[in-house]
Ligand binder design. Structure first.
Ligand code: CTP
Ligand code: MG
Length: 234
């Protein structure tokens, strides 16, 4: 295949609260990871899906995928950080792959049109493409305090120039591999893959994301995700 998706799913989901690893938590009775795999595999342009499983859970994820007739999906064990997990997924890709997408298992409801739009932008020549949306809230920069003390505000970036970034993020394979090879496994503070590519000095562009590509991070996000699923079925 020319285009592959790596789905990091090795996180514990601390912010979602106690329970199974986040990717295995259910939405509409089906694990979030299965939704995420189907959502990306459904895209016309995607030829291969690689899931990065919790380090001690690769066998369980393999049987889960098989049980959902997703036998073509590859599984590799993840690492302690998201960047380390992505790196392990990249290492499992066959040589034919030229375009790589990285998609959070925690964004189970991304529409396939968004996936195809990211792939199209990479194939048209952009080395790094991220889907994103304008932000609704005004954003403040603060001097962070770890206790419950009020935090001094140090600035207010112009909201019109801000975008909230989603996944799948799409890359020229060679560029993403270079970004990962250069950084320590901890990712040196990068919270997304495009951020690592920016540090190489390579241009990253934003295409329009989708409201339904939101990340399930906190308990309220599960409520929203269930509602979106129910609306789709209606
Ligand atoms: N991820 C991963 N390996 C890690 C950490 C995160 O593959 N060591 C994945 C998660 O499974 C998720 C995606 O990266 O699909 C985005 O991360 P996030 O939403 O932060 O998920 P968690 O790290 O699981 O959640 P939390 O930070 O609340 O623990
Ligand atoms: Mg996390």
């Amino acid at each position: 295949p020319r285009t592959a998706v790596v789905i990091p799913a090795a996180g514990r989901g601390v912010r979602l609260g106690p329970g199974a690893p986040k990717a295995l938590r259910e939405l509409g009775g089906t694990p979030m990871l299965i939704h995420a795999v189907r959502a990306t595999a459904r895209a016309r342009t995607v030829g291969l899906v690689v899931v990065v499983a919790p380090p001690d859970g690769a066998w369980g994820v393999r049987s889960l995928l098989d049980a959902h007739e997703l036998t073509d999906v590859a599984v590799v064990p993840g690492g302690d950080t998201r960047q380390d997990s992505v790196r392990r997924g990249l290492a499992a890709l066959p040589d034919t792959v030229e375009t790589v997408l990285v998609h959070d298992a925690a964004r189970p409801l991304v529409p396939h049109e968004t996936v195809d739009a990211v792939v199209a932008a990479v194939r048209e020549g952009a080395p790094a493409v991220v889907p994103a949306l304008p932000v609704a809230d005004t954003v403040k920069q603060v001097e962070p305090r770890t206790d419950a003390e009020p935090e001094p505000v140090t600035g207010t970036p112009d909201r019109a120039r801000l975008r909230a970034v989603q996944t799948p993020q799409g890359f020229d394979r060679e560029v993403l591999a270079r970004a990962h090879a250069r950084l320590a496994p901890e990712g040196e503070g990068a919270t997304d893959d495009a951020g690592m590519v920016e540090r190489l000095g390579v241009e990253v562009v934003v295409v329009r994301g989708h409201e339904e590509a939101f990340k399930v991070t906190r308990p309220l996000d599960l409520v929203l995700a269930e509602a979106v699923l129910a609306r789709r079925k209606a």
